[in-house]
Design a protein around this ligand. Sequence first.
Ligand code: ZN
Length: 195
Amino acid sequence: MSNKSTSSDARASAATETLQTPSPARKIYPIVKYGDAILEKPGAPVRKFDAELEQLVEDMFASMYAAQGVGLAAPQIGLSVRIAVVDVTAGKNPEAKIVLANPEIVHAEGEVREEEGCLSIPGFRGYVLRPQFVTIKAQNAKGEAFEIRGENLLARAFCHEIDHLNGILFLQHLGMLKRDLIKRKIKKLRKQGEW
Ligand SMILES: [Zn+2]
């Protein structure tokens, strides 16, 4: 999911953190854009929890921060696998980094209609109705099962990323007029070689 505010604060604090705790160079993946079939098919379950997966997850966080997003799902970097990363603090709080492998919604409550965007559909936003609270059951990068409850933006990010793992984009939650308008604009951009 994309971040509404492009915060220079977030970039500054991320840079400070890099200076304080040197970490291995991360691979920054290019983000797959709308139109690529991988975004519209369900991912395969994660079965192998090894060092390679832990690397991938850290690279996904790095790629998400580089794109100034608050969530990133594996299909968005070209991998049709059920894993996503979420951090609604944009890297400000290392404890807010959440890895969702094979996530499922176990409980949802309330409704909030809020504007939403997607790193794979840059430049377009739309109002999407999502639960106000969700409880997710998932595994972390080590394969350990956990449950987590999210509220408002966090609940929205969980739902948005789980949708990605099921091949669903936020466009599908929009009214037909708005969805078709965005699709037409993207088509035009693609013709102009700008997508
Ligand atoms: Zn998205």
